[in-house]
Write a new protein. Structure first.
Length: 208
């Protein structure tokens, strides 16, 4: 029961931190969101810094585990690349620039760990997949992986956020699918593009 409460506290705190930044969120607000007293909150976390540390550590563990599972899955290359892009896109869309700037400026040690995850897990696995795809003739040969990953992450973060979506006629899901479509249409060979279109068609049929 205590473990379930702690998990719920971390999830609520993570969502608020990611949306608003670390500095702007108070422990009172987190306790109120979870429906507990601040005294109960401090039984699980010694301080706000301790709480942020656990949030980041939990997120690194979850992201690393999910990426490992995707890249080691026994599935077709295009499906694997699509799953990795979808997971990273959904993850990036939840993290505001305010949070990133806040941690980078005020918690440089934590920021280094986040950046290490980005370089060693996200960039490294994208690079690995793209190299595999290039060897198999599934990708265009002139694609720069690092630029591609940054372009993808920045596109998702710039478009799929509440401030933009409230002023737009499209949903977050529509925006994300369009970003993925542009990405894949631009980097895949003709053969791989057909495979990707078949995958998208299959996903739509299974969700309808």
């Amino acid at each position: 029961m205590e473990d379930n409460l702690k998990d719920r506290i971390i999830e609520k705190g993570r969502d608020k931190f990611f949306a608003m930044g670390f500095s702007k969120v108070t422990m009172d607000e987190i306790a109120l969101d979870v429906g507990i007293s601040k005294k109960t909150l401090y039984k699980h976390f010694a301080s706000k810094d301790d709480f942020l540390e656990e949030v980041i550590q939990r997120q690194i563990f979850l992201v690393s585990g999910e990426i490992n599972q995707i890249v080691s899955a026994d599935i077709e290359f295009i499906e694997k690349l699509h799953r990795l892009c979808t997971f990273i896109g959904h993850m990036v869309s939840r993290i505001s620039r305010q949070f990133q700037e806040d941690v980078r400026r005020n918690k440089p040690g934590l920021w280094q760990r986040i950046d290490q995850l980005r370089r060693e897990k996200i960039f490294a696995n994208f690079t690995r997949l793209f190299e595999e795809g290039a060897q198999r003739g599934l990708l265009r040969s002139n694609v720069n992986t690092e630029i591609l990953v940054l372009m993808f992450a920045n596109s998702v973060q710039s478009i799929i956020n509440p401030e933009v979506l409230t002023r737009s006629s499209f949903s977050g899901e529509q925006a994300f699918q369009n970003i993925l479509s542009v990405l894949f249409e631009g980097i895949l060979s003709d053969q791989a593009r057909k495979q990707y279109q078949d995958i998208i068609r299959s996903h739509k049929e299974s969700s309808s």
